[in-house]
Design a binder for this molecule. Structure first.
Ligand code: COA
Length: 215
């Protein structure tokens, strides 16, 4: 299979469980987007932005294609498993903020996908961006495991390569959790709750930071 031939090694000394590997942000994008779409089908934020479950299932793959390809494709590090059962996308220090030009390019797709609720999306983006740490850090933009494979350690394996890098470089990590259910999972991986935020009628978002050198 093509993806096995292309598989890139992880950093030296890092042993991967679940065959986690670096993914190609272009050729692996469709399968990664499909996996994240399935993972986020019941996510509180996605359910708020796309309340109709059928529309959500139909539009989430396109959302991830645009968000990952257009906004995080240039700098982001993409990880997946051999069978695309999960995926994670990280931005390196200094690159968490989406540039204005990228936002302008993304805007038509954003409106097409979320329609009137793109206004909710903008309100939420503004709210979380206010608290985004300004210090250098690795930013977990997205992580998801296919629902049929959740709870088997794939999520932790997807986090591990960049968390090991954070430890090696003594660099903090940061994420915004869109689901309260995930907070203990992130805490087990060294993240600590910084703050909880919400927008009117919206879901709660938990902002979490992992200190340099691990939790
Ligand atoms: C959060 C997520 C990536 C974890 O991946 P995973 O492969 O299930 O992770 P692991 O097996 O390493 O860890 C399991 C832990 O994840 C958390 N978790 C969150 N949602 C879960 C679910 N639906 N099923 C199982 N575990 C879940 C639990 O804390 C669980 O620990 P527990 O078994 O002690 O309850 C995955 O559950 C997922 O894709 N959820 C939907 C999308 C999402 O919420 N992404 C993150 C947005 S911030």
């Amino acid at each position: 299979m093509a993806y096995l031939v292309r598989a890139e090694p992880l950093s030296q000394g890092f042993r991967s469980a679940h065959d986690v590997r670096r993914a190609d942000p272009v050729s692996d994008l469709p399968l990664i987007s499909a996996t994240l779409a399935r993972a986020f089908q019941d996510d509180p934020v996605m359910s708020w932005l796309l309340p109709d479950a059928r529309q959500r299932a139909a539009r989430l793959p396109g959302f991830w294609m645009h968000a990952l390809g257009g906004l995080h494709g240039r700098h982001g590090s993409f990880f997946t498993t051999a069978a695309f059962t999960g995926a994670a996308v990280w931005d390196p220090p200094g690159h968490w903020k989406v540039e204005i030009l990228q936002m302008i390019r993304f805007a038509p797709a954003f409106v097409r996908i979320f329609r009137i609720h793109c206004l909710r999306g903008l309100a939420l983006l503004n709210a979380v961006e206010r608290y985004h740490p300004r210090e250098p850090h690795y930013y977990l933009f997205a992580i998801g495991t296919d629902p049929a494979h959740q709870g088997r350690g794939i999520g932790a394996s997807l986090l591990a390569p960049v968390l090991a890098k954070c430890d090696g470089e003594r660099m903090p990590a940061y994420l915004e959790s869109s689901n309260e259910r995930n907070v203990p999972f992130y805490q087990r991986n060294g993240f600590r709750v910084m703050r909880e935020i919400s927008v009117p009628d919206g879901p709660k978002i938990t902002l979490m930071r992992r200190p340099a050198g691990g939790g």
